[in-house]
Design a protein. Structure first.
Length: 590
């Protein structure tokens, strides 16, 4: 294999080094060759997550590199801490109602406000576990909160939140309750471990936790940290860009073998959004890949909401599709981390409390209280799920069942006609054809944010949003399908990039649909009547009763293979209304 000059410089380097590698630049291949040049050394490769670890184990073993040990940060910590103790691991994070109970939280607050405090207790504990500090009191948790309403709530209750966070951590430390994965990683860092290796290769350094970075930096081994400054997308998990923290000799891998020059140009334009407020030059990505296959096709969303909406649109517009696949467990797309499901929120929306299973949602008296909880906790997952319920309401069970029926397991992923994934779940992966959901940031929103009064507060968040778009774009090998709104000004597409036009939005039952990601599109049962009148005046045909002739026309369009979107536009109804009518007249099963 012919190596680039950049790669040869890395192979021949000595001492601690930093490698800034663009998407698709062959960093794993480079690290394998780096290890080959040190055959007698004990080498530790720290992978970002379990799936990357499995892939790395295969690649290193295929190259007969038996002197290389592959671990994740958590697997290292597990062996040093959990295996030497009587700790028991909790699957997932503690839910607010669990914390309220085990900490014996009481007070004059109503239930959902206690849960708001418990939510912040859990987040503060997670912030501490991912940090490098020794005490909770050394952290400024308030500085991590952006929303004004949430910040005001935390400021008012900060002492209460901090005291109970310390008590929560103490209970885990004393093995009184199950410990979280973040907790034993923190214990590992505070134990000042010594790792007996000659070389340590630390991958995805741009998303390292401060706790793990400190473990890495304290080792005597020769250290190699690898990553891409522009692929930092885990700051919401309190990760930091370690590439900007270390002062090692720096090397670049600036050539991508995954995609060609045109997609590289698009990637560079997206990265240059950062120069709208920052004068620091952006390192250019060079693309020399040339692929024309279309075997693997993926739809990538910024959020679970955007992806789920895309999936619903796909299965309703492509009725002959037989197999689909979601990266990660599909149920995670319909459940929030705290345990609430779409069905729980739908039942709250319909005022059917007796059907709600999740304790948190059950504590809410109305959608208004859920909105209040979301604002005071900045819980983006619940926010997205609520927006889905507002858009699709009682069609949700039918649509989710349809998706589950089409979904294949991991072993049959190769059979899927389309793969769905959020950016976070497909990081490190690549597909022949990639289509983006329209829930990413665009140039217009960036410019508005830069000019806004809140820009200083939102700057880090804005950088991460740009990174998310960059990561999504660079998963593509041969063809990228991208919404027009996401294209930078002045960019000219070619055959490797296909524009998706914005679809016409029909009127929905009682309101006119707008951008589903907008928090301004709130409504409650108390607002429906006025919204209904306005929408009816705007589009009266959407509220006419179905006639026998219309039903026959609808049946004919269905038999002729028309998509639900086409039928919705024809009858000036929503897709949900079309599906409901098809079930009502017996065309679809209920």
């Amino acid at each position: 294999m012919k190596w680039t000059k950049e790669q040869e410089g890395i192979f021949n380097s000595t001492g601690n080094i930093l490698i800034n590698a663009v998407a698709g630049s062959g960093k794993t291949t480079t690290l394998i060759e780096y290890a080959k040049g040190r055959p007698g050394a004990r080498i530790l490769y720290i992978a970002f997550n379990k799936s990357v670890k499995i892939e790395a184990e295969f690649k290193f073993s295929t190259n007969n590199l038996r002197n290389v040990t592959i671990e994740t940060a958590h697997s290292l910590a597990f062996k040093h801490i959990v295996m030497q103790s009587n700790y028991k691991i909790k699957q997932g994070d503690y839910k607010p109602y669990e914390l309220v109970a085990l900490l014996g939280m009481t007070g004059s607050l109503v239930n959902h406000e206690l849960y708001i405090i418990a939510n912040h207790i859990q987040k503060l504990a997670s912030y501490f576990c991912n940090s490098a500090v020794a005490k909770v009191q050394e952290l400024d948790y308030l500085s991590t909160i952006i929303d004004t309403k949430a910040k005001a709530f935390v400021k008012l209750n900060y002492k209460y939140i901090e005291r109970y966070a310390r008590e929560f951590l103490a209970k885990m430390n004393n093995a009184e309750i199950e410990i979280t994965h973040d907790f034993y990683l923190k214990k590992f860092q505070l134990s000042n471990p010594i790792l007996t290796y000659d070389y340590i290769l630390f991958d995805e350094g741009q998303d390292a936790s401060p706790a793990m970075l400190e473990v890495f930096m304290n080792q005597k081994a020769t250290k190699v940290i690898v990553g891409d400054t522009h692929q930092q997308i885990y700051s919401w998990r309190y990760a930091i860009n370690s590439l900007e923290q270390v002062k090692f000799q720096s090397f670049d891998l600036s050539t991508s073998f995954r995609f060609g020059p045109k997609l590289a140009t698009l990637s560079n334009l997206v990265l240059h959004y950062k120069t709208k407020w920052n004068a620091t030059p952006i390192n250019e990505v060079k693309g020399i890949g040339h692929f024309t296959e279309s075997k693997t096709k993926a739809i990538i969303g910024r959020t679970n909401l955007g992806l789920l909406v895309k999936a619903i649109n796909f299965i309703t517009d492509n009725r002959n599709v037989k197999h689909i696949y979601f990266e990660g467990n599909f149920s995670s797309y319909t459940y929030a981390d705290e345990g609430a499901s779409l069905y729980d929120i739908l039942n709250l929306y319909n005022k059917k409390h007796f059907l709600i299973r999740d304790e948190l949602i059950k504590s809410m008296n109305s959608i208004i209280e859920l909105d209040d909880y979301i604002e005071k906790t900045e819980d983006k997952q619940l926010q997205m799920m609520l927006e889905i319920v507002k858009e699709y309401d009682n069609q949700i069970p039918f649509l989710i069942k349809k998706i589950k029926d089409l979904h294949v397991d991991d072993a049959n992923k190769h059979k899927a006609e389309i793969i769905f994934s959020t950016v976070h779940r497909c990081k490190g992966m690549e597909y022949d054809v990639v289509e983006l959901a329209n829930d990413f940031i665009n140039e217009e929103k960036i410019e508005k944010t830069v000019k806004s009064e809140d820009f200083k507060i939102l700057q880090n968040k804005l950088v991460e949003e740009i990174n998310l778009l960059y990561v999504a774009i660079t998963r593509s090998k041969s063809l990228l399908k991208i919404p027009e709104e996401l294209i930078p000004k002045g960019f000219q597409v070619d055959t490797t990039i296909q524009l998706i036009s914005k679809p016409k939005l029909p009127v929905k039952n009682d309101i006119v649909l707008t951008d589903y990601s907008s928090r301004n599109n709130k409504h409650s049962h108390y607002q429906k009547e006025s919204n209904y009148i306005k929408a009816k005046e705007k589009n009266p045909s959407a509220y006419q009763p179905w006639s026998w002739e219309m039903d026959r026309e609808l049946e004919g369009m269905f038999d002729n293979g028309k998509s639900y979107q086409e039928m919705a536009i024809h009858f000036e109804r929503t897709k949900g209304a079309i599906i409901a009518r098809l079930k009502r007249i017996g065309i679809l099963e209920s």
